[in-house]
Design a protein around this ligand. Sequence first.
Ligand code: F6R
Length: 254
Amino acid sequence: MHVVVAGPDELARAGADALEGALLARRDPVLGLATGSSPVPVYDELVRRHREGGLSFAGARAFLLDEYVGLPAEHPERYRNVIDRELVSHVDLDPARVHAPDGLARDLDAAAARYEQQIAAAGGVDVQILGIGTDGHIAFNEPGSPFDSRTRVGELTEQTRRDNARFFGGDVEAVPRRCLTQGLATIMSARRIVLLARGRAKAEAVRHMVEGPVSTAWPATVLQGHPDVTVLLDEEAASLLRRGDVVPLETAGR
Ligand code: F6R
């Protein structure tokens, strides 16, 4: 695990560099995209590079990590709509090549299995962007999620629903209780992983992820076993680390 602590602009650039690297390395790269607030500065930076530098997403495919179950197709917080608003509609990424689990499927288990097959058929994810929940979840793999889990129906913890109420006008009851989420094993299959975390609220989860024993009680600890993970943190998110693991941005890889 490469752990980097830096200012907001540097973090956004480092995250964008990882996705740009994948876009330049292959004609048909597969991007793994997170929603939520953490990756937004990275997407803003990619949009800027597209507009000003001609960075092209034309050959790319993208897979989202997760989706709420039951939000109406046009709901602004449906993750497939969120990623359109934040990235896809601003760049030359073909919306038909952007995939999310189908949270409106009648048969959710079948939709989960189909999603897993789609990722495999695309050849797997080249670079996966992740955020982390205050309870240590990645995607919506809440505490207790098995490390060998694949895309499946999940249930959000009360903590996650409270954390995400800010996207639903502050109303916890408006936050769906169920989701479809890539599993921890699905995420671990990505060739490269870049996780972003900002703010004091993430510090405990970050400490467990980087320094804690590997345990399903803190799902992000599974990442300790991945060969190519970069963790991009601001000072507050890094505030509980012993700091032995932190490396300068320049040495953190491509
Ligand atoms: C979103 C996702 C979640 C978020 C996490 C952090 O697709 O999979 O794991 O990354 O809940 O959310 P933010 O970034 O809003 O703090």
